[in-house]
Ligand binder design. Structure first.
Ligand code: MN
Length: 487
């Protein structure tokens, strides 16, 4: 889907045709500039002067799948009662861009005609009131339309809106159920479909094995050539690599046939398979598919969505698991990995394909997997949990570092990071909020983008940043628990 955003500009008839023509010309100019600098086109739609113009535009925006959101602005004053019906019915993400055409107040030229034409400061306040009065979720971005900071914030908001469009279209293919007895990977799939749009359904592992049996040697040769071009082969066990290729081809065929963008499996149900998909899952994630281990469909769908929100629609986001800590004073870090399935979009260098014994689950043969170190740099980890009656999205800021030790006997991809505000406080906050051991780790999706995403979907959002303390967080969660019970 090629997404676009619609630019809806507010005005009224009071100023005469000449002013309305100027408003339209300038609005087209602004839309063209924003299209030039932003990742998605901004389409000028209307200079709205009546209730009907606004409701017609909103109805069309709701109906069009390519419209990922609307951006509104009031060049002049635009009385807000005519916006009520349209905004009440709006089902797409909304950004109120509080800008104005000119940068400067022209000292010599300014007169009442100038004031009438350039009264965004006035019009955007009327527009802001009706947004607040309707309790309508919206993003407000203020600043000049040529300012790079405004462009960056609009771009991030667009990414969140595209995340919502992807979410509303999300189908997850589950092979097997959740890992037995685990609580945090469970969740209300009906609630997830109502709030997030996710269609989460199951397919038999036996059907996957039957699909694997149909994969040809020629198809495997072709995919192994892709592996060889992308990764260093650090094993003589070509049979294990070819088996992973067969798994990848079969999983991809089944997902594409059903329109699924994410999948789960569990090491406790590999009936008829010789290896847990490792390299297979990793290479599928590299192509933008979501994955969650142990049947974790929430993290799988969130991985696919956050990948789509990232750079060029397939960014540096991946399924991750907190494994173990380094608690040496002054060097406090988390070490994250998974049994096999870490996406190579996190890799600092070229990943190696290795085969090793996997001691957990039913693995008749040693699975092939990609092994690498994660990149250094700022990022986030995100976790979606079911609180009973509502979903809570928890995001923590982190700083990834080059792993401070080589760990030559660790046969999996690994990422090392420092949680904010520091490891101990960060862990206390994360545990207080109920965050899972499974997360999506991202280098290019920010906490503000996830906050926008949560606001658009009307789910609870908790942010653990450098300023969070366990006490303040505990109070915040108590208040939110009450609010979300009332909603
Ligand atoms: Mn796990």
């Amino acid at each position: 889907m090629s997404y676009e955003f619609w630019f809806v500009v507010g005005s009224q008839f009071l100023y005469g045709n000449e002013v309305l023509e100027t408003v339209e010309t300038r609005s087209r100019e602004i839309a063209a500039k924003l299209t030039e600098v932003l990742p998605y086109p901004v389409i000028y739609k209307v200079t709205a002067k009546t209730n009907k113009e606004i409701t017609d535009t909103v109805r069309e925006a709701n109906y069009r799948p390519e419209c990922a959101g609307i951006i509104t602005w009031c060049h002049t004053f635009s009385p807000s009662k005519m916006w009520i019906d349209g905004l009440r019915d709006l089902q797409k993400p909304w950004c109120h861009l509080a800008t104005q055409y000119n940068v400067e107040i022209p000292n010599d030229e300014i007169d009442m005609d100038f004031m009438n034409l350039n009264q965004a400061a006035h019009g955007d306040r009327e527009h802001g009131f009706i947004g607040a009065r309707l309790r309508k979720p919206r993003k407000i971005i203020a600043g000049h339309w040529t300012d790079e900071r405004v462009h960056k914030r609009l771009s991030d908001w667009m990414s969140a809106a595209v995340g919502v469009a992807v979410s509303k279209d999300m189908k997850v293919m589950r092979f097997g159920d959740n890992m037995r007895e685990v609580a945090v990977t469970e969740g209300d799939k009906v609630e997830a479909q109502i709030k997030l749009g996710w269609q989460v359904n199951t397919w038999a592992v036996g059907d996957l094995v039957a699909e694997m049996d149909k994969v040809t040697e020629a198809e495997i040769d072709e995919l192994v050539a892709v592996y060889e071009a992308s990764y260093d082969i650090a094993t003589d066990n070509t049979e294990a690599i070819r088996y992973q290729a067969k798994e990848e081809i079969a999983i991809k065929k089944m997902m594409d046939h059903e329109g699924c963008r994410a999948f789960t499996n569990t090491f406790q149900d590999l009936y008829g398979m010789e290896q847990l998909p490792g390299l297979a899952s990793q290479h599928l994630m590299a192509q933008g598919y979501g994955y969650g281990g142990e049947g974790d469909w929430k993290v799988s769908a969130l991985t696919a969505i956050m990948k789509a929100m990232g750079e060029n629609g397939n960014g540096s986001s991946a399924f991750m698991e907190d494994y173990t800590y380094h608690l040496v004073k002054g060097q406090e870090y988390s070490l994250g990995a998974h049994m096999l399935e870490v996406c190579p979009s996190l890799a600092a260098g070229k990943p190696r394909i290795e085969t090793h014994h996997l001691g957990i689950g039913m693995n008749a043969k040693d699975p092939a997997r990609l092994v690498f170190e994660g990149k250094a740099g700022p990022g986030i980890v995100a976790s979606l949990i079911d609180m009973g009656g509502r979903m809570r999205l928890i995001v923590q800021d982190i700083e990834c570092v080059k792993p401070i030790m080589p760990m030559p006997n660790l046969p999996v991809a690994r990422v090392m990071w420092r949680a904010m505000p520091d490891l101990q406080t960060g862990v206390e906050c994360w545990i207080t909020a109920g965050g899972a051991h499974h997360t999506v780790l991202s280098y290019d999706v920010t906490a503000e983008m996830m906050r926008d995403f949560a606001r658009m979907l009307d789910i609870e959002f908790v942010h653990i940043s450098k300023d969070t303390t366990p006490g303040k967080l505990e109070d915040e969660l108590l208040v939110k628990d009450l609010i979300w019970k009332l909603k």
